[in-house]
Design a protein around this ligand. Structure first.
Ligand code: PEP
Ligand code: MN
Length: 267
């Protein structure tokens, strides 16, 4: 086992992603479609009305098969700019290389490092140098220690604006897309001072199961939720099956507002 920083609950780090404050008084809700699509601006506007705290959407998509939609790439940038302007909400998008980070840096408030790149150390070092906030997802088969060790690559370069995100791991179970490891939230919050959020969408793989997993995440003390949502999930360009609709998103927005202060949560 690695010797990792043990911070305890008194000295938890608060991370700001634009207007978003993660790790403070209540859990946050970041939501949006898996990918930026041509209709993104209108989608972001209606999603914002549900009361979400931040927006997500992938410009560059890490797809398992090369023939699957790879994201709009740089054509998405004007849409991101307009969505941010209209909603006033901070926006997070995934990057897979330092070049992609440079390309979209001015159009996002925070970067996501996806599960497939959790151990892409040159990427982590580059994002460490850029200093922008990073949501670091847990790798598909990464241990909690490996995940936390990856966060140290960012911090060693002076970037402490890091949020860990549990998104389910690969196990023998195939009914769910991944197995949500709720214990990871508890353990990671003990091993580090970083906020830990949960992505129930990539864990569940089916939209019907997302609300229950989101509740489980909040019950074990998650500092927020990262959820795939779309006004018409069946039409989403990627990950539609796990994407919730506006009504389900509004319920989650209410749930995070109702959640008690971290120190008062039953964990
Ligand atoms: C995503 O957020 O759309 C994504 C690809 O996530 P993950 O890296 O968790 O698979
Ligand atoms: Mn997705």
């Amino acid at each position: 086992m690695l010797e990792l920083q043990k911070a305890g609950t008194d000295s938890r780090r608060v991370v700001h992603i634009g207007t978003l404050t993660i790790g403070a008084s209540r859990p946050v809700l970041i939501a949006g479609p898996c990918s930026v699509e041509p209709g993104y601006v209108a989608q972001a506007s209606v999603l914002a009305e549900t009361g979400v705290d931040g927006l997500r959407a992938g410009v560059f998509k890490p797809r398992t098969h090369p023939d699957s939609f790879q994201g709009m790439g740089l054509e998405a940038l004007p849409l991101l700019a307009e969505a941010r302007r209209l909603t006033g909400l901070p926006l997070i998008s995934e990057v897979m290389s330092p070049t992609e980070a440079e390309a979209i840096g001015d159009h996002v408030d925070g970067f996501q490092v996806g599960a497939r790149n959790m151990q892409n150390y040159r990427l982590l070092e580059a994002l460490g140098d850029l200093g922008r906030p990073v949501i670091l997802k847990r790798g598909l088969s990464a241990t909690i220690d490996e995940w936390v060790a990856s966060s140290e690559y960012l911090r060693k370069r002076g970037n402490d604006n890091v949020v860990l995100c549990e998104r389910g791991i690969r196990t023998f179970e195939t009914r769910t897309r991944n197995t949500l490891d709720v214990s990871a939230v508890v353990v990671a919050r003990e091993l580090t001072d970083l906020p830990v959020i949960v992505d129930p969408s990539h864990a569940a793989g089916r939209r019907e199961w997302v609300p229950a997993l989101a509740r489980a995440a909040l019950a074990v003390g998650a500092d927020g939720l990262l959820v795939e949502a779309h006004p018409t999930p069946a039409e989403a360009w990627s990950d539609g099956a796990q994407t919730i609709d506006l009504a389900a998103l509004a319920d989650l927005a209410e749930l995070v507002l109702d959640s008690r202060l971290p120190g008062l949560r039953v964990v």
